[in-house]
Write a protein that binds this ligand. Structure first.
Ligand SMILES: *[C@@H]1O[C@H](CO)[C@@H](O)[C@H](O)[C@H]1NC(C)=O
Ligand SMILES: *[C@@H]1O[C@H](CO)[C@@H](O)[C@H](O)[C@H]1NC(C)=O
Ligand SMILES: *[C@@H]1O[C@H](CO)[C@@H](O)[C@H](O)[C@H]1NC(C)=O
Ligand SMILES: *[C@@H]1O[C@H](CO)[C@@H](O)[C@H](O)[C@H]1NC(C)=O
Ligand SMILES: *[C@@H]1O[C@H](CO)[C@@H](O)[C@H](O)[C@H]1NC(C)=O
Length: 402
């Protein structure tokens, strides 16, 4: 059950309004904005928090969100004038009751071209992708990814075959060659290379405390690091011993989640300072198994199934993929701003080739039949779709500009 729907029904203070924002610098388009009063927004995943800005009034807050390449939901407190920007669609997050001066604004870019002011649109996310770059034109998920394939825009990247972290200001890659962690823009341009003298598997970022976490490939520990872009160096913060060599980790404001490279342990759940709080149920034991968080669940992918756990590691349910042939490892699991879920066959058996796209409630959309060997990641901004595909000896970024 979606908390968002429940809260909307309870609050009955939904005001649908048409807000057009004028800005001389660029063409700005808001299809329609829904306002929900006396609530704050909690995104489904911490990466979807983008920024906090000061705004003179509601309209400036909505304008700031509309102008941001990733923002689709914002909340505003008129007593503090603080405007928080989020990447997620309003429907994927949770509305938390708050003081009366606080409101959530949901920007919706889905519209029929011929009837711009009709709020009863037939197109909606996540079945369609809607972007202000193509006002009023909505693409099906299939069409959008076909365009990415047909565009065939390929930027080659140096070796990076272990992990990629898609942030709000570009992406970070890790590799086996003990050379560097690299930060790129979503155009494939290198922004900074941070020298890092160990072979790495995971890389993850906690935006609230501007700290990165990395998993050394051959050592049973996690390292947290402050990155200093001014000097292209990293500064060690913590070193956390683990029960085995970590494969993947997820770092949020309160917790640290770790899966293991061999069958050392189920996922372990730690406080931010590293103290182990829980060991998840045995279904989360695996080797080279990626996982992610989404809403209030931990989503863990083995070769057969996706297993869902609560955030304390208690097993809840599972569902099976429909790959054509047997898969031993999943390369990545990811959700986008609309909760569309992506994963692939790490070994890229030809009959399973590509990125499989489902929605968060397991409805199958399409297969992105584009090279995704080993690990991939996808970012959809208001301007383009980017697919980063990690391989050896060279990785690639593919993009399609709307
Ligand atoms: C894709 O969009 C992002 C921002 O939305 C931009 O920074 C990047 O340059 C774009 N990529 C390309 C290849 O144009
Ligand atoms: C990097 O330089 C900028 C501009 O001088 C400064 O504001 C920022 O604090 C510096 N960052 C670090 C981590 O030193
Ligand atoms: C998770 O654990 C904490 C601390 O033991 C507990 O307060 C909380 O209710 C648990 N949550 C769930 C969903 O089990
Ligand atoms: C997965 O299921 C969808 C929907 O039933 C179907 O269209 C698709 O072809 C299936 N894929 C495979 C590889 O069986
Ligand atoms: C799953 O999501 C789709 C939208 O992508 C929606 O049409 C469908 O009703 C949902 N199914 C359930 C059971 O919630």
């Amino acid at each position: 059950m979606n908390t968002f729907t429940i809260n909307i029904a309870l609050l009955v203070t939904v005001i649908a309004s048409l807000i057009h924002v004028a800005n001389c610098a660029s063409d700005i388009y808001v299809a329609h904005t829904q306002r929900i009063s006396s609530v704050q927004f909690q995104p489904p995943i911490i990466e979807h928090y983008l920024d906090t800005v000061n705004a003179k009034s509601i309209i400036y807050c909505v304008a700031a969100c509309n102008k941001h390449d990733l923002c689709r939901t914002c909340d505003y407190d008129s007593s503090t004038k603080q405007c928080r920007l989020f990447e997620s669609l309003g429907s994927t997050g949770t509305l938390i009751p708050s003081i009366h001066t606080s409101s959530v604004f949901i920007l919706n870019y889905c519209l029929q071209k011929t009837n711009n002011y009709d709020l009863s649109t037939i197109y909606s996310e996540p079945d369609y992708l809607c972007t202000p770059a193509l006002p009023g034109q909505s693409m099906t998920v299939y069409d959008a990814f076909q365009k990415l394939i047909l565009a065939n825009n390929n930027v080659l990247l140096p070796l990076a075959e272990r992990d990629v972290y898609m942030s709000s200001n570009g992406f970070y890659t890790s590799s086996s060659d003990s050379s560097a962690i690299r930060h790129y823009g979503y155009n494939g341009q290198l922004i900074t290379a941070y020298a890092y003298s160990s072979s790495l598997s995971c890389i993850n970022y906690n935006p609230k405390i501007n700290t990165f976490i990395v998993c050394p490939y051959s050592i049973p520990r996690l390292e947290t690091q402050l990155f200093n872009p001014n000097t292209s160096t990293t500064m060690p913060q913590q070193s956390i011993s683990t029960v085995g060599n970590p494969f993947y980790s997820y770092y949020d404001t309160n917790r640290l989640y770790i899966s293991y490279r061999s069958y050392a342990s189920p996922i372990t759940i730690h406080s931010i300072s590293g103290t182990k709080l829980f060991t998840a149920d045995s279904q989360s034991t695996g080797s080279f198994t990626p996982f992610t968080l989404w809403q209030s669940q931990l989503v863990f992918g083995t070769g057969n199934s996706i297993f869902l756990f609560n955030l304390n590691g208690t097993y809840q349910s599972s569902w099976s993929y429909n790959f054509s042939s047997v898969v031993s490892l999943i390369g990545f699991i990811q959700h986008d701003y609309a909760g569309r879920r992506y994963f692939n066959d790490y070994n890229t058996n030809p009959s399973n080739k590509g990125v499989y796209i489902y929605n968060q409630n397991s409805t199958f959309y399409t297969v992105l039949n584009r090279a995704c060997v080993w690990t991939c990641a996808i970012k959809i901004t208001k301007r383009n779709i980017t697919l980063v595909s990690l391989q050896s000896p060279t990785s690639s970024l593919y993009y399609y500009n709307f």
